[in-house]
Design a protein around this ligand. Structure first.
Ligand SMILES: O=C1C[C@@](O)(C(=O)O)C[C@@H](O)[C@@H]1O
Length: 231
């Protein structure tokens, strides 16, 4: 998957949802950590949309225990043709042993999104820049999801997004929570290359997500001219 232009990922724990996402999404984010039998589901997948495989670890807001089986499952996912990208947490690379997953995915033709989440706050601007820098260095896309308490938090996230994008890094950013919701629509204008929305609105995978059709419409409407994020 090339993340040169904006990718709208429909997040789900059930790959059978894929037909419902086709009209609006560019990819499916398969939340393996929230699925019953994720590897079986991947084998049975015959959908059209490419898959981003995420197996989010518990300490980063997911359901997957921090065991070797988690990173091994990500590797197995990367072997599938339909899996065009996997998502690995920055912390698991820096503090754990997940660096091998990045190499394994690349060897199997999958891109890597290196992600970092703050479920409590929006860090100060220098920290935002540092996190994005590090994530982009380790992955094909560096992703930063923070929690906004005020619209000023969103402004700082957008500024960091813009700076990374202008500096040539490929990044994806979003501010979680109510105050941050609009960031999901506007961040693509500042260089964010991935947006997430649930296939089923009742099964949001993060606070403040728009439903899929709404995010697609907002991003498309806000995109200005050729090459804009919704193109
Ligand atoms: O990392 C992200 C971003 C996200 O947390 C969001 O805020 O939309 C949703 C997750 O499913 C995804 O893995």
């Amino acid at each position: 998957m090339d993340f040169e232009s904006f990718v709208l990922a429909a997040a789900t724990a059930d790959l059978r949802d894929e037909p419902a996402a086709r009209d609006h999404a560019d990819a499916v984010e398969f939340r393996m950590d929230m699925a019953e039998e994720p590897l079986t589901a991947l084998e049975e997948y015959d959908g059209e949309l490419p898959i981003i495989a995420t197996n989010r670890v518990e300490w980063e807001g997911g359901n997957a225990p921090d065991e070797e089986a988690r990173t091994e499952a990500l590797c197995t996912a990367a072997e599938h043709d339909a899996v065009e990208a996997i998502d690995v947490e920055l912390e698991a690379i820096l503090e754990g042993d997940a660096a091998y997953v990045v190499n394994y995915a690349h060897d199997n033709g999958a891109d890597v999104i290196v992600s970092t989440h703050d479920f409590e706050k929006t860090p100060e601007p220098p920290k935002l820049r540092q996190l994005l820098d590090r994530a982009a260095k380790h992955g094909d896309v560096g992703k930063l999801a923070v929690t906004a308490e005020t619209i000023d938090d969103v402004l700082e996230l957008l500024a960091a997004t813009r700076a990374s994008d202008a500096g040539g890094d490929r990044v994806a950013t979003m501010a979680m929570g109510e105050a941050g919701r609009h960031s999901r629509a506007v961040a693509p204008l500042y260089g964010s290359k991935i947006g997430y929305a649930p296939v089923k609105p009742e099964s949001a995978t993060a606070p403040g997500q728009y439903d899929l059709a709404t995010l697609r419409r907002l991003v498309t409407d806000l995109a200005s001219g050729e090459g804009g994020p919704g193109e």
